[in-house]
Design a protein around this ligand. Structure first.
Ligand SMILES: [Zn+2]
Length: 455
């Protein structure tokens, strides 16, 4: 089957070019002025941008988080993803108490397979580090597992790693080619906050419990460790101007990247001050004084824009006793809003916005996830994950998730319309709706965990 996407403006190497795109056998076959007669199927893209499929580099789905279970499973998350041009969902496998990482990976894969509408890639969160565990992580690399997530906080959840531990892992696994995704909030600073006298019935107090200094210090410590050990580092959900500036200043010295999230750009702590402010509790918290941070990100400072999509059921979010905000589940949805909010960074210049998406929501995340050879750009031989994006569709409210969770971007609207989304060459979305909702076609991008079990 040959498909021709014609008359669109195609994002290619940081420019927009009037090109036709020929797709064959799930891959990009050719770019240029091409004859419609040579194709079995023609997709008109006049007036639209033709962009590489998007990737949300940071999402949480179908997982237990403390006492709560996430509102989105693989089916609902990948549905809202693909309907908004996201052809690859990156999410996490966290090794739980009493299980091996391989067992946790097999469980996640069983949840995802047959239910995912877009492709899925897992970042791994190991929580035990015996010599066998380290050997397992090294053995997983050729199977496409290149990214490990570490946390500088969350002792109670059993996922905390000390700076010594992080440095040790950088030293032992960095040379093997593993990239480290690190949640940077210094646990010492957070632990030293004196909560007596603080009004824990107000969501805004969250900003005092997890202050900016905690993120800034952890970023400094982790960046310095990565440079010292020449490890590849990606700092997730950066929310502070000073933290971002430290990363920008040190990026030329090593293999360092970072992401920020829509909520740190277009929401601020005033949302926490609302009567229902607990619905916007996430960690790191929403911050104040967003203008200089927004301007830095507008200039392209963040390698990746990703959501940290972490939706909880409305009743779980609202079910706290209004006395201790620390009992509210931390996280909010964002997945379906990602391209719409990223677009807003540059909405005064639509061409720049389209290229911004191609760089920060397609190319860079694909490179950092280790799949840049097949995802993230429209080049011959690569997967034909492709978005035909009309910037002038009807205005509609943002919808971050189809699950029963409070919308994080209440009152926000977008005119971006996803006329067509192709997943590995197959048209799967027409005008923002799945065309074959009963036939999920997403695939895991990594080898089956059973391939790594000892025989
Ligand atoms: Zn997260």
């Amino acid at each position: 089957m040959k498909t021709l996407v014609r008359n669109g403006r195609v994002a290619l190497d940081g420019t927009l070019q009037p090109l036709d795109v020929l797709v064959e056998d799930g891959r990009i076959a050719a770019l240029g002025a091409l004859e419609a007669a040579s194709a079995d199927r023609v997709i008109e893209a006049g007036g639209c941008y033709v962009l590489p499929g998007f990737m949300d580099f940071h999402t949480h789905v179908d997982d237990q988080m403390g006492p709560f279970y996430l509102a989105d499973g693989y089916e609902s998350a990948t549905r809202v993803a693909l309907e908004n041009g996201i052809t690859t969902l990156c999410t996490f496998v966290t090794q739980g108490p009493g299980e091996t990482l391989l067992q946790a990976m097999a469980t996640a894969r069983a949840k995802a397979e047959g239910r995912s509408h877009c492709d899925v890639l897992w970042h791994l969160t190991p929580t035990t580090f015996s010599p066998e565990d380290i050997a397992t992580l090294q053995a997983l690399l050729p199977g496409g597992y290149r990214t490990l997530k570490l946390y500088t906080t969350y002792k109670r959840a059993g996922i905390f790693a000390s700076y010594d531990r992080i440095g040790d892992l950088f030293r032992r696994l960095g040379p093997a080619g593993i990239r480290f995704l690190v949640h940077c909030e210094d646990d010492g600073i957070i632990g030293a906050v004196d909560a007596t006298g603080l009004d824990l019935s107000r969501a805004l107090t969250h900003t005092l419990l997890r202050p900016e200094e905690a993120e800034i210090l952890a970023i400094r410590r982790v960046v310095d460790l990565a440079l010292a050990h020449r490890a590849s580092l990606h700092v997730v959900h950066v929310s502070t101007l000073e933290g971002a500036r430290y990363l920008v200043a040190n990026r030329p010295k090593g293999d360092i990247s970072f992401e920020t999230c829509p909520q740190y750009l277009f929401l601020d702590e005033s949302w926490l001050a609302r009567e229902d402010g607990h619905r916007w509790l996430c960690s790191p918290p929403l911050r104040g004084n967003r203008a200089p941070f927004l301007e830095l990100i507008r200039q392209g400072a963040a390698d990746v824009i990703a959501t940290d999509h972490c939706p909880f059921c409305a009743q779980d979010k609202d079910g706290w006793n209004r006395q201790d905000l620390q009992t509210v589940p931390n996280g909010m949805p964002g997945l379906g809003s990602l391209p719409h909010i990223a677009w807003k960074l540059w909405e005064d210049d639509p061409d720049r916005a389209a290229l911004g998406l191609a760089t920060h929501v397609s190319l860079n995340p694909a490179l950092r996830a280790g799949v840049g050879h097949r995802k993230g750009a429209l080049r011959p031989g690569m997967d034909a994950d492709l978005v035909v994006l009309d910037p002038q569709g009807p205005e509609r409210p943002l919808r971050s998730t189809s699950a029963n969770a409070h919308e994080a971007y209440a009152g926000f609207t977008s005119t971006l319309a996803f006329r067509h989304v192709l997943l590995r060459g197959e048209p799967r979305v027409r005008d923002g709706q799945l065309t074959q909702a009963q036939v999920p076609a997403g695939r895991p991008l990594q080898a089956c965990p059973s391939d790594f079990l000892p025989t």
